[in-house]
Design a protein around this ligand. Structure first.
Ligand code: SF4
Ligand code: SF4
Length: 346
């Protein structure tokens, strides 16, 4: 582990140089909300953001993407792979944990070439949270800091007003950090300041307090299938799917073949889908496996706390809080629901 210290001005100079040479996505303020987008200059980069509207998973699993092209006079489909290197700048630790979980999902059984090609092309710069968002509870889910996470390329931590600690953990990350001019090796005082940031974040990224260990969720849910909370909360649900669409660990998609106007060529596309949408579990013939709102509502929580855990061992909620903020009906708070189940079964 080599940690360097870099003044913000030197970091900005590096970013301004980097955006000239390759594709960089970073967090910027857009219409009063923070969002990841193509970065053209360091002055637009906001490492002090609280939370982005959509998680950075959109760079690995875009809202809509073309998987292949076809021509009815040719036997073969022509696969479409987005094969361009890029840097993702300023990913919060909880969003990185979500990417790590998606890596496991998209690598198992039938590895997804589209996701994995983008992932291979990405260099991920994680930045520690500077401003907690109103609904974050990452500290309850063990995702407030990235020090114990594997797989990120670079970690940036603001340790003083205009000074960052920067650490590279991979070959790609080392190459990237090597391009920054004006860094110096971190001393014990710098490392202590970084540890203080981590301690603070493990303390303050807790706007909702989960009253159990995340590892207890699968057992809790196994005992709660018939709990009245599912019907009660779902009665207020608009089935809008917002809680799915903003979630960094949701990855469901639909695939469609779209024919062009020439009626000869077309594209196979995939786009985000969500288990809270009414038609999500409808199959040919019109049968809907989760036609009732309560069944869909319950499914989302089981997906976060049990079904994915049964597959990969991960709890598929990283505590970003986006679903809480996005839900108009104010019923999508995982902490509130899990605590309620806990009360009933303890
Ligand atoms: S369930 Fe909600 S809080 Fe948990 S990761 Fe998804 S959006 Fe974030
Ligand atoms: S965001 Fe709220 S209202 Fe919309 S589907 Fe989710 S729980 Fe229902």
């Amino acid at each position: 582990m080599t940690v360097r210290v870099v003044p913000r001005a030197a970091l900005d100079a590096w970013v301004n140089d980097l955006v000239q040479r390759q594709k960089v996505y970073g967090v910027q303020l857009k219409e009063e909300r923070f969002a990841f987008g193509p970065l053209v200059r360091a002055a637009d980069l906001r490492l002090d953001y609280d939370v982005t509207l959509l998680p950075p998973k959109k760079y690995f699993l875009p809202q809509r993407e073309v998987l292949s092209r076809f021509d009815r006079f040719k036997v073969e489909f022509e696969p479409v792979l987005a094969d361009e290197p890029f840097v993702l700048l300023g990913v919060h630790p909880y969003d990185f944990e979500a990417i790590r979980q998606l890596d496991a999902i998209f690598s198992r059984n039938h590895p997804d070439a589209h996701y994995l090609t983008r992932r291979r092309n990405a260099t991920i710069v994680v930045s520690d949270v500077e401003t907690p968002s109103q609904d974050v509870f990452a500290a309850c889910m063990g995702t407030a800091t990235a020090d114990c996470m594997d797989g990120w390329d670079v970690l940036l931590t603001r340790i003083a007003d205009a000074t960052y600690a920067v650490e590279a953990r991979t070959e790609k990350g080392t190459a990237l950090v090597g391009q920054i001019q004006g860094t110096k090796g971190a001393g014990e005082a710098d490392l202590e300041q970084r540890r203080a940031v981590w301690d603070r974040n493990r303390d303050v990224l807790k706007k909702h307090q989960l009253r159990m260990n995340p590892e207890d969720l699968p057992d809790l849910l196994a005992r709660s299938y018939d709990h009245p909370v599912w019907e009660e909360k779902a009665a207020l649900c608009y089935s809008c799917g917002s809680c799915n669409l903003v979630c960094p660990t949701c990855y469901c998609f639909d695939v469609a073949d779209e024919l062009h106007w020439d009626l000869q060529t077309g594209e196979r596309t995939r786009h985000w889908d969500g288990c809270m949408l009414e038609k999500f579990a409808e199959v040919a013939g019109g049968h809907n496996f989760r036609g009732g709102k309560a069944a869909r509502y319950r499914h989302r929580y089981y997906r976060k706390g049990k079904w994915i855990h049964d597959l990969t061992g991960d709890i598929a909620c990283v505590g970003c809080g986006r679903c809480i903020s996005a839900c108009t009906a104010k019923i999508a708070n995982p902490v509130e629901v899990f605590n309620r189940l806990m009360e009933a079964t303890s």
